[in-house]
Design a protein around this ligand. Structure first.
Ligand code: S3P
Length: 437
């Protein structure tokens, strides 16, 4: 049932410290990989948001026992008991990945090698997203996997069985596809080698190595040997989600009276393209105390009110900010001059068509945004004005519009704000804290 719109008025200030939620991508992987490792593991700062809970529910249906101890809306301690990859059991029912592409695609790769039947479905948005990109290479590995609409859409039916390693050159840079094939490759006979046009986020690779997998980089390719023994459980503390921090980076840079400190944020270079783009636009952001946490780089960030100029974002760089384009578009809407964002056609198959939705919704707030087949052209305007707008069920669009509302004149009425639960359940509490900071 849809909830009443959320009303947002520009706060007089945005000041204080925020601990952003645990990284969504890393939380999924920590759960899935530890679920098939040999023994118990504890994952601190696990993100207990809708997407990661979908992964946990699927794992429970597959016979994995786990418990979650919440310390806040967006931080929990996950305790899991892996019984090795052979410990997974056929689920008595359909697995529901809900809104989560990561859940569906990673589990498809894992379950392709398990000797039982799995059916994975999802919500309306996920059932319209492309699945051929995992179905086809998994079939090449010998998997019996099919999907609706000529094997292009979920629900997916997987009759797991023996797999063989392949050499796969992916036409898209997708960490979900790469991770699905790595999970299948662990169970295959022979090596699996993967190439992607640009290096996508590498959290799965880092975690697999830390858990004892034989995974090497050879030039542009990844080479994985099948598991000789089960993965070693990995206790870790999940870094803060850069994709959650992104909204505060933009909000503070645009707001006239802002200084926000963000501690323990993941700064894996495959994820931080927005940091570079915002700095290029003139944002005042400092990064300090860079260190490694659970095999991932983390740092403390401080962002202050800034004057932004338009920029051009294109080519290989876009993979490093693909989830941040709605936030970047808000920054561009109020920057001086023109911003061009190209080569982001992938955004059309995210939780919503993010090119279309970002353009249409930001225009309602007075932004000058032109939609292109593979991107956006944005002419900065002096001010945005509050207006009704709609997240279209997309969590990242909801938060981008919320940020636009924080720096627009007058009141913004955001419908579908509840989508934020997908990745950042405490978003509004954090805003309230910064408003009174
Ligand atoms: C993710 C990979 C990216 C990203 C998504 C999370 C992951 O998707 O957009 O939000 O956790 O692997 P693609 O693999 O489809 O590019």
């Amino acid at each position: 049932m849809s909830q009443p719109p959320r009303r947002i008025s520009p706060p007089p200030r945005l000041r204080g410290a925020v601990i952003v939620p645990g990284d969504k991508s890393i939380s999924h992987r920590a759960a899935i990989l530890n679920a098939v490792a040999a023994g118990p593991a504890t994952v601190d700062n696990f993100l207990p948001a809708d997407d990661c809970l979908a992964t946990l529910d699927c794992l429970r249906a597959l016979g994995v026992s786990w418990s979650l101890e919440r310390s806040s809306d967006e931080s929990a301690r996950l305790s899991l008991t892996g019984r090795g990859i052979g410990g997974l059991r056929e689920s008595a029912d359909t697995l529901d990945a809900r809104n989560s592409g990561t859940t569906m695609r990673l589990l498809a790769g894992l379950l392709a090698g398990r000797p039982f039947l799995s059916i994975i479905t999802g919500d309306e948005s996920l059932r319209s997203r492309p699945m051929g990109r995992v179905i086809l290479p998994l079939r090449e590995m010998g998997a019996q996997i099919s999907g609706r609409d000529g094997d292009s859409l979920a629900p997916l039916t997987i009759r797991g069985g023996p797999l063989r390693g392949i050499h796969h050159r992916s036409p898209v840079a997708s960490a979900q596809v790469k991770s699905a094939l790595l999970l299948a490759g662990l169970q295959a006979e022979g090596e699996t080698t993967l190439e992607e046009p640009v290096r996508s986020r590498d959290h799965t690779e880092r975690m697999l190595r830390a858990m004892g997998a034989d995974l090497r980089e050879e030039g542009n390719a990844l080479r994985l040997s099948p598991l000789r023994q089960d993965l070693t459980p990995l206790n870790l503390r999940v870094p803060g989600d850069f994709s959650g921090a992104a909204f505060w980076l933009v909000a503070a840079a645009l707001h006239p009276d802002a200084e926000i400190s963000l501690s323990d944020v993941g700064v894996n270079p495959t994820r931080t393209g927005l940091l570079d783009a915002l700095r290029e636009m003139g944002a005042d952001i400092t990064v300090s105390s860079e260190r490694l946490q659970g095999g991932e780089p983390v740092a403390d960030l401080v962002v202050r009110s800034s004057r932004l100029e338009g920029t051009v974002v294109e080519g290989p760089a876009v993979v490093r900010l693909i989830d941040e384009v709605p936030a970047l578009a808000v920054a561009a809407a109020l920057a001086r001059g023109r911003t061009v964002i190209r080569d982001v056609g992938e955004l059309r198959v995210k939780e919503s068509d993010r090119i279309l939705a970002t353009a249409q919704e930001l225009r309602r707030l007075g932004a000058r945004v032109e939609e292109r087949p593979d991107g956006l052209i944005i002419e900065g305007v002096g001010a945005l004005r509050g207006a009704p707008c709609d997240s279209r069920g997309d969590h990242r669009l909801a938060m981008a519009l919320a940020v636009a509302g924080m720096v627009a004149q007058g009141e913004t009425e955001l419908s579908g704000a509840e989508a934020i639960r997908i990745s950042y359940p405490g978003f509004w509490q954090h805003l309230a804290k910064l408003e009174s900071g």
